[in-house]
Write a protein of this length. Structure first.
Length: 254
């Protein structure tokens, strides 16, 4: 299983529009962050987690020409506003794309993108063709075991995903005990850490490190990063086995 970080940024992306700070002005490509999303490849299949706002740019940058399924974490703009780009993959692949998420998330997507679901599903109709699947329990997909896990995003409950021995936990401000138990002793944990200080809807850096120390994955990668973090400097500060994500980062044999 291969993991490609399509985007590693928070909701504004980095650089932030109009910001002149040293990180937003940096020439280091690892400080250029599109909205957070990953692509999981296994057995010649591609699973996308979230249709980030920058999906078109990400697909062109990394030569993505196939998406076999989409997992949604929640329905905030930076995680779903690239959904219209799925229509290009419909035409490339000649069929609808199965999408998975909580009932609340899929209902919100249907409401926000009514034209997608009310315009008919003809192959000649230039709107995305999506098959929406509510998930609550573990299931198998393309040779992978998928475990949806409830996490806190401020006052909301959204989904993280454990996929075999890796987990993607973004937009997280807290993890219930049951979900913590399902996240222990993994090979790879991808975890939200938006800035140094705590945030009402996200872990701060020290909070994320504390969770990682409790869960004890072999490797941890921090994502959903703001312009608070200069990539190389922060990586030097992090404990062994923890590093920042960057756009284009690849993890083989996850």
């Amino acid at each position: 299983m291969k993991i490609l970080f399509l985007g590693s940024g928070t909701s504004t992306g980095v650089p932030v529009i109009g910001c002149k700070c040293s990180i937003c002005s940096s020439d280091n490509p690892k400080n250029k962050r599109t909205r957070a999303s990953i692509l999981i490849s296994n057995n010649s299949r591609n699973i996308l987690i979230d249709t980030a706002t920058d999906l078109r740019f990400q697909a062109l940058t990394y030569s993505i020409e196939r998406i076999d399924a989409v997992f949604f974490t929640h329905a905030h703009a930076d995680h779903i506003h690239g959904i219209d780009e799925l229509r290009s993959f419909n035409h490339l692949q000649g069929g609808a794309i199965p999408c998975y998420g909580s009932g609340e998330t899929l209902e919100a997507i249907r409401y926000k993108f009514g034209y997608v679901f009310n315009g008919g599903d003809s192959p000649n109709n230039w709107t995305p063709r999506l098959l929406m699947n509510i998930i609550e329990d573990p299931f198998e997909l393309y040779g992978l075991r998928i475990l949806p896990l409830k996490i806190f995003h401020g006052d909301s409950i959204i989904l993280a995903y454990r996929i075999n021995d890796m987990a993607y936990v973004t937009d997280c401000s807290g993890i219930p005990h049951d979900s913590m138990d399902s996240l222990r002793d993994m090979r790879l944990l991808v975890l939200d850490a938006t800035r140094y200080q705590p945030h009402s809807k996200h872990y701060g850096l020290s909070q994320a490190i504390k969770v990682i120390e409790e869960l004890k994955p072999e490797k941890a990668i921090l994502t959903h990063l703001s312009h608070a973090f200069e990539h190389d400097n922060v990586n030097k500060e992090l404990p062994p086995g923890i590093e920042l994500a960057y756009d284009g980062m690849i993890i083989e044999n996850a």
